[in-house]
Design a binder for this molecule. Structure first.
Ligand SMILES: [Zn+2]
Ligand SMILES: [Zn+2]
Length: 397
């Protein structure tokens, strides 16, 4: 087996050779934002680039047309390490979550490792995972077995600072529809049953519930159908509601039943019919993995970055990588592309295509490649990552 220091030096050199191609790819995806499940061009560009570097690519894995699995076998049997790419944009905001950076950090790790794989035992996968923004692409790929046989899954998200993990909330969301009885709003209001009133009362109920929830709970909603005209008692009205909490157990065992009672109460008060439909698969909180995070900190330090523990007070989001982390040892590192801008803003969109974003693409690709190489070369690191995973998720999982 080659020495890790020698391997890391060769990965660095390889990424310098690939720098221009990798940044072109990042800029191309950035300039052509495609929203969840419609990432046709991004998937095509990424898979072509990986094929050109020797990967065997399966497109449309897990029944998702824009998902892919790029595979490169080592010289013999060994661990399977998956590097994950996301490449969906946000409706109306372009790449304001910087997934072009995620995509090219992941693909770049593949570019760097490709010439070295014949010296490692094991299999390298670069997985294309669509629709992180509300589509739960990774949850579908998990259900379809795309992560079967994976020993560790690693990815990095751009951010405003460097961290070995992200603070996350488990999250679920529903379309909540009320069906009433229409009537002339002046001539015969007493014949109507007002579906918009049910939505309004549901919002009021959520606001009352908020007072009696834990500090980590988030509930937020929009009205998706507010009735047709002010002179008609609305027959239908609907909302899309999201609920989050630090752990899935609290979310599903404690919070969701109380929220469903709010929706039921609103229907009961207004004499309307209620329909609750999940509008996305639930996202679970990330299971942290200390050995992988420690390795991330070491590899980030090689690039001059000091990765500090994520501060939950800094704000948290949700990701479908959370679900992956409940199935296999996983890492969701964060590397800065800006000092201040937060994801889902216009400033973050600009940062994702900036010179600073470009530097992060190269740093992130180097970190992921180095981390994957270390997992191939140091089976003790992988064993510790698996032990940490087993301890966190319990024997029943
Ligand atoms: Zn996002
Ligand atoms: Zn994101």
């Amino acid at each position: 087996m080659p020495q890790l220091d020698d391997v890391l030096a060769r990965l660095d050199a390889r990424l310098e050779e690939e720098r221009a191609a990798l940044l072109d790819l990042s800029h191309l995806i950035h300039a052509h934002p495609e929203v969840r499940f419609e990432e046709v061009q991004a998937a095509a560009w990424l898979t072509e680039a990986l094929e050109a570097r020797g990967f065997t690519v399966e497109r449309g894995v897990g029944g998702l047309p824009t998902a892919f699995r790029a595979r490169l076998e080592g010289r013999g049997p060994g661990p399977t390490i998956a590097v994950l790419c996301e490449y969906d944009a946000l409706p109306g905001l372009g790449h304001a979550c910087g997934h072009n950076v995620i995509a090219t950090m992941g693909a770049g790790a593949g570019f760097a490792l490709a010439p070295l794989m014949n010296e490692f035992d094991g299999t390298l996968l670069v997985l294309g995972t669509p629709a992180e923004e509300g589509g739960g692409g990774k949850v579908i790929l998990l259900e379809e077995g795309v992560f079967d046989g994976v020993d560790a899954a690693v990815m990095i998200h751009p951010y405003k600072s460097d961290h070995p993990s992200m603070g996350t909330l488990a999250s679920t969301k529903w379309d909540v529809a009320f069906h009433g009885v229409p009537a002339h709003a002046a001539m015969a209001p007493h014949l109507g049953r007002n579906a918009l009133d049910a939505v309004r009362l549901a919002f009021a109920g959520i606001d009352a519930l908020r007072q009696q929830t834990r500090d980590d709970v988030r509930i937020h909603a929009v009205i998706t159908d507010g009735g047709a005209a002010a002179n008609i008692i609305p027959e239908t009205a609907a909302m899309n509601a999201v609920a989050r909490a630090r752990d899935a157990r609290h979310l599903f065992d404690e919070l969701v039943p109380r929220l469903e009672n709010v929706f039921r109460g609103a229907a009961l008060m207004t004499g309307t019919e209620l329909t609750i439909t999940p509008s996305s698969r639930p996202y679970l909180e990330i299971v942290n993995n200390a050995p992988l995070e420690e390795a991330f900190v070491r590899h980030a330090a090689r690039r001059g970055r000091t990765a500090t523990p994520y501060d939950m007070a800094d704000g948290t989001g949700s990701t479908d990588l959370g679900n992956v982390s409940h199935a296999v040892p996983a890492l969701h590192g964060m590397l800065a592309i800006d000092d201040a801008a937060l994801p889902h803003t216009a400033a973050f969109e600009r940062a994702a295509g900036s010179a600073r974003g470009d530097a992060t693409v190269i740093d992130g690709a180097t970190v992921l490649a180095g981390l994957a190489a270390e997992l191939f070369l140091d089976l003790d690191l992988l064993a510790r990552a698996k032990a940490a995973f087993a301890e966190a998720t319990g024997p029943a999982r």
